[in-house]
Ligand binder design. Structure first.
Ligand code: ZN
Length: 409
């Protein structure tokens, strides 16, 4: 039987687990050592550590404590790993925990987290997704059912002290350009809710006050939220400290490219079956600064899409220069507007794009002044025909079945 390297107890707080941490710092001790060639299973909390419940009220999303996230399992040390190596990680399999076969999606309140379309959806909302083997559907968003593409939103190795310092300096500099901004421009270290795993003694306070938050993706990978880093893929991670220190979490059952709903994909607790090996000196040998990976040989077989275009002209008609972020936002808003014609509320349509295996593409970045981004909506996830036709859109979904809102919106 495969060794379960990290086991979690969902009835207890992640703070009561010393195999969990929620900051990046080189001093966090390894919770286990493995050899190159070993395979093992790691269990993970959902990214909020159980703050979101399986019910019909979004107050928990509205009130979530985002300074706690993400709860990561690890760090796992690999014997022989040294700075400059590449840690090769095979994702042999992933899944939900058998006693927790559900996930959540939502969008944060603009006052607490915000998100990609926060100006259009400023209130906290959520939808609950039931997992049926490899499929999922939601009582809050009728008319869609799709196969999952399970992946860890967040995985990477511990930073060195120098790399951590670099992160903190550059992110603070950005934050300081507009410290009062809501949502904030960056998430800075915050000792109060830091969980430093097995780090004990006099060094804890200092480490907690400088430990990097887990929100952004960085050179080591981290919170990349790449839906294709799924079962069967192989990733090559840069190593910065002796032993590597691989940590992971934020498991998603499914996600559209961009994780545009931010809270988040279909978020769940789960397990990952990994196998590790090393390429000595691999970072210099292959010129690698950020992780590279091979996708899975097995993915949901959705071949037909409706593709929505967006350009870098914003909602107010203002022209921007080759801005891909704005172009993708327009593509997503165009898809939401289209889905509303079939009876979905805007929030339900937003939820579909955030959770279904939508593809996002940068289609053009040279044709001044407009970037072109596209949102690929898989038509086969719908239980009815969503193609345009001469008969016009037929309303298949009652708009009064909405994603739960906080009552005092
Ligand atoms: Zn996530």
């Amino acid at each position: 039987m495969t060794r379960k390297l990290i086991q979690i107890d969902l009835s207890k707080s992640p703070y009561d687990h010393d195999t969990i941490h929620n900051r990046w710092h080189p001093d966090i001790p390894m919770v286990a050592m493995v050899d190159p060639g070993d395979d093992f299973i790691v269990e993970c909390f959902d990214w909020t550590g159980g703050q979101i419940a399986n019910n019909d009220c979004a107050d928990d999303v509205r009130d979530v404590d985002l300074s706690q996230v993400h709860f990561l399992s690890g760090p796992i040390g690999v014997n022989g790993a040294e700075p400059g190596d590449l840690l090769v990680v095979d994702f042999l399999d992933l899944g939900a925990l058998p006693d927790s076969l559900w996930g959540f999606n939502g969008f944060f309140s603009k006052q607490n987290g915000g998100g990609f379309l926060t100006d259009h959806f400023p209130e906290a909302q959520k939808s609950i997704w039931d997992l049926e083997g490899m499929f999922t559907k939601s009582r809050h968003i009728p008319g869609v059912r799709f196969a999952g593409l399970v992946h860890p939103g967040l995985i990477g190795c511990l930073p060195s002290a120098e790399l951590l310092q670099e992160w903190n300096v550059r992110e603070k500099a950005l934050f300081d350009t507009d410290p009062a901004r809501v949502p904030a421009l960056a998430t800075l270290p915050y000792a109060e809710t830091a969980h430093m795993g097995r780090l004990a003694g006099s060094g804890v306070t200092k480490a907690a006050s400088e430990g990097a938050r887990t929100v952004p993706p960085r050179e080591h990978g981290g919170n990349c939220d790449i839906k294709d880093l799924s079962r069967g893929s192989r990733c090559f991670f840069p190593v910065y400290v002796k032993g590597g220190g691989l940590s992971m979490g934020d498991i998603h059952f499914s996600q559209g490219d961009g994780e545009i709903t931010f809270c988040g994909a279909i978020e769940m607790a789960g397990w990952i079956h990994l196998k590790v090996s090393l390429i000595k000196g691999g970072m210099a040998k292959y010129g690698i600064k950020n992780p590279i990976f091979k996708p899975s040989p097995i993915t949901p077989n959705y071949k037909d899409y409706l593709i929505f275009e967006g350009i870098s002209v914003d909602e107010k008609g203002k022209q921007h220069y080759l801005d891909v972020h704005i172009a993708y936002r327009q593509a997503c808003l165009n898809a939401i507007e289209y889905l509303k014609k079939f009876g979905y509320s805007g929030a339900q349509a937003y939820g579909i794009i955030g959770t279904a295996p939508c593809q996002g593409h940068i289609s053009g970045v040279v044709d001044i002044p407009n970037a072109c981004a596209t949102l690929w909506l898989p038509t086969e996830v719908f239980e009815f025909d969503i193609h345009p036709s001469v008969d016009g859109p037929i309303r298949h979904v009652k708009g009064d079945v909405d994603v739960p809102l906080s009552p005092d919106r």
